[in-house]
Ligand binder design. Structure first.
Ligand SMILES: Nc1ncnc2c1ncn2[C@@H]1O[C@H](COP(=O)(O)OP(=O)(O)OP(=O)(O)O)[C@@H](O)[C@H]1O
Ligand SMILES: CC(=O)N[C@H]1[C@@H]2OC[C@@H](O2)[C@@H](O)[C@@H]1O[C@H](C)C(=O)O
Length: 368
């Protein structure tokens, strides 16, 4: 395995997240350690039919019904989006998580990197999570080593945290004074709990809308404490990190708000996502000097307001430091691809609970 920094290369990363809304792709110039430059980015939305196919395959494992159809959607969408870019030497392809059960059947990201390598004529790094799970890790979250690089890029000097509010929430506490992210004192990371996914499901069920845009519905509702308390009794919050979740692990949340009117249900679910983060912050080894928020939830003023009210550090979108909260995860997989190519680890005991730092990811090169 080749270790070391080498010269920075342009990598193209792609992520299709748990919200099932589309694929993000972004270019990053990196040597696998530092960030040299951010490049172009683009997004391709899933059509209603594509989203239906993906949704139908959630919870399914290789070979099961609906998986081949989901794979075709993922590969076509990625090929269409990634072929718009020029100048990449390597691609980091996350694929779409259909199921995630690290202590059970494993983790399943659909999308064949070898086929994508052929289609794009570029080396593709993919299947980032399986090796970590095989070595006893959670296989998620994987963005933390990139969050560490972002902290170096913004020249942070004291412990701080990144929060991703996607379908699921994940938190990275990090100490930028450490030399490398695999240093056991550098990062602590885990999934905080459900973020937007159950709220989106509620919006679809009650209003036929994909999400609560700008927190409009929640802002007119009241948080029902009883439901919030029942939610916080869930055993997941007592578990020590690292720990991770599948998109629908908290689907019972919908039952907790079943009797509430639409606005109260939305407000209470928004509060649940924020409360899960607040619980998670208790696990940080020291109080972070700031919390930088990425992912779609940073655009929800009600969720952000609840976080600001409940936490004693500044809570800002990552744009406050010049990062792009719509593309951070795509950039993360560009970064991780270069790390894999260079034999550098992509996760460690304090980010996924894996036994030792591991470089997860398979490399496929075009044969033609
Ligand atoms: N203006 C907005 N107001 C409220 N919520 C928003 C807004 N914009 C986006 N969101 C929420 O953010 C979600 C998308 O977030 P994001 O793209 O970070 O998710 P993802 O990458 O699919 O998820 P994950 O990180 O869990 O894989 C939307 O489904 C919606 O719930
Ligand atoms: C198994 C899986 O795909 N997990 C996702 C999901 O979406 C958010 C959260 O749960 C995080 O653990 C992870 O994604 C990000 C990109 C990560 O690995 O850091």
């Amino acid at each position: 395995m080749r270790r070391g920094t080498g010269k920075p290369i342009w990598a193209l990363g792609a992520m299709s997240g748990t919200s099932l809304d589309g694929v993000d792709a972004a270019m990053l110039l990196t040597d696998g350690i530092g960030i040299e430059a951010f490049g172009d980015s683009d997004y391709r939305v899933y059509s209603a039919e594509e989203a239906r196919v993906l949704r139908a395959a959630l919870g399914r494992w290789p070979g099961e019904a609906g998986v081949a159809e989901a794979q075709a959607v993922i590969e076509a969408a990625h090929e269409a989006l990634l072929s718009r870019f020029e100048g990449a030497e390597i691609v980091g392809f996350h694929g779409q998580t259909l199921a995630h059960e690290p202590r059970g059947r494993g983790t399943h990201q659909v999308g064949d990197g070898a086929a994508l390598a052929e289609a794009l004529g570029l080396p593709v790094v993919w299947d980032f999570r399986s090796a970590d799970v095989r070595l006893g890790g959670e296989g998620a979250p994987l963005a933390p080593f990139f969050h560490f690089a972002c902290a170096k890029w913004i020249e942070a000097e004291r412990p701080m945290a990144f929060l991703n509010l996607g379908g699921v929430g994940n938190l990275t506490w990090l100490d930028p004074r450490c030399a490398a992210p695999e240093d056991p004192r550098a990062c602590l990371a885990f999934d905080t709990g459900p973020a937007n996914a159950p709220l989106n499901d509620l919006m679809m069920e009650r209003r036929g809308l994909p999400f609560d845009e700008d927190g409009t519905l929640a802002s007119g509702g009241r948080v029902v404490d009883g439901a919030l308390e029942l939610f916080l009794e869930e055993g997941y919050f007592l578990k020590m990190p690292p720990k991770s979740l599948d998109r629908d692990d908290f689907s019972l949340m919908l039952d907790l708000v079943r009797e509430l009117d639409d606005a109260d249900a939305a407000a209470t679910m928004t509060a649940m996502a924020a409360a899960a983060v607040m619980q998670g912050m208790e696990h940080c080894p020291s109080s972070p000097e700031r919390l930088l928020v990425t992912g779609g939830g940073r655009k929800n003023p009600v969720m952000m307001g609840m976080l600001r009210a409940g936490l004693d550090c500044p809570v800002e979108p990552v744009e406050a430091v010049g990062l792009d909260g719509d593309m951070l995860e795509a950039q993360a997989f560009a970064y991780l691809a270069v790390r894999v190519m260079r034999g550098l680890p992509t996760s460690g005991p304090s980010t996924t609970g894996v036994r030792a730092a591991v470089g997860g990811g398979e490399v496929s090169r075009p044969q033609g």
